[in-house]
Design a protein around this ligand. Structure first.
Ligand SMILES: CC(C)(COP(=O)(O)OP(=O)(O)OC[C@H]1O[C@@H](n2cnc3c(N)ncnc32)[C@H](O)[C@@H]1OP(=O)(O)O)[C@@H](O)C(=O)NCCC(=O)NCCS
Length: 189
């Protein structure tokens, strides 16, 4: 029988073998098409994710599920400060939610996404904000769609939409969320 384990890894102390396995899951799940996709993706991912030096409660983490030691599902979360018409918010940025195709439909995606969203329940963040192409998956986890205009005032084109997925969601669904323009104060994730 295969052995299944769930863990939360810290990006600041991730070992190279785990970074490479996480990249391999995402290259397949997100259909990344480029030469040396896994090693390039792993390098980018590590440099983007490992730099965070915030408080332990808001550190950049990755929830993983392993089967027989091999990572098959992943989800990242990290702190982003955003500006809204109702004032600044500390949001849990959720990204890299992915499961290898051959393991889908077994609750692994839900498990890693929920593990990361639970950091909001623990009050380290005001709420979670993220983009997605699979809103019904997140609705089942207690998230809801929002329809604000989003910008990144720090970008070369400060009026452009910083997201590349069609839908944007928050967690929990019942969180107070303002109307109007939301400034991500950085790139989409
Ligand atoms: C989205 C993804 C992570 C789901 O992983 P998974 O392990 O198959 O999902 P789960 O088995 O945990 O599904 C949990 C629930 O969500 C539903 N669900 C899963 N994928 C769904 C989808 N694409 N659309 C709608 N519902 C979905 C399941 O039917 C299940 O519902 P149930 O509780 O009523 O049975 C996986 O399909 C994936 O890696 N997709 C490609 C990458 C991607 O789009 N990631 C999301 C980026 S925001």
């Amino acid at each position: 029988m295969s052995e299944e384990t769930a863990e939360i890894l810290e990006w600041s102390s991730m070992d190279a073998a785990d970074v490479s396995q996480i990249a391999a899951v995402r290259v397949v799940a997100f259909e990344v098409k480029e030469e040396d996709a896994v090693s390039n993706y792993a390098e980018r991912l590590h440099s983007i994710r490992s730099g965070h030096t915030g408080s332990p409660e808001t550190s950049t983490r990755c929830a993983v599920v392993r089967i027989d030691g091999k990572i098959i599902a992943t989800a990242d979360s990290f702190l982003r400060r955003i500006a809204t018409p109702a004032g600044p918010l500390r949001v849990l940025a959720l990204a890299g939610v992915a499961c290898l195709p051959q393991h889908r439909g077994n609750g692994y995606g839900r498990r890693v996404a929920r593990t990361m969203l639970q950091r909001v329940d623990q009050r380290a963040f005001d709420l979670s904000l993220f983009q997605t192409g699979v809103a019904p998956f997140y609705e089942k986890l207690g998230c809801r769609l929002v329809s604000n205009r989003f910008v990144n005032s720090l970008a070369d084109d400060p009026a452009a939409n910083p997201w590349w997925n069609p839908q944007v969601m928050i967690y929990p669904a019942a969180a107070g969320w303002p109307d109007g323009t939301i400034d991500l104060l950085g790139p989409g994730y």
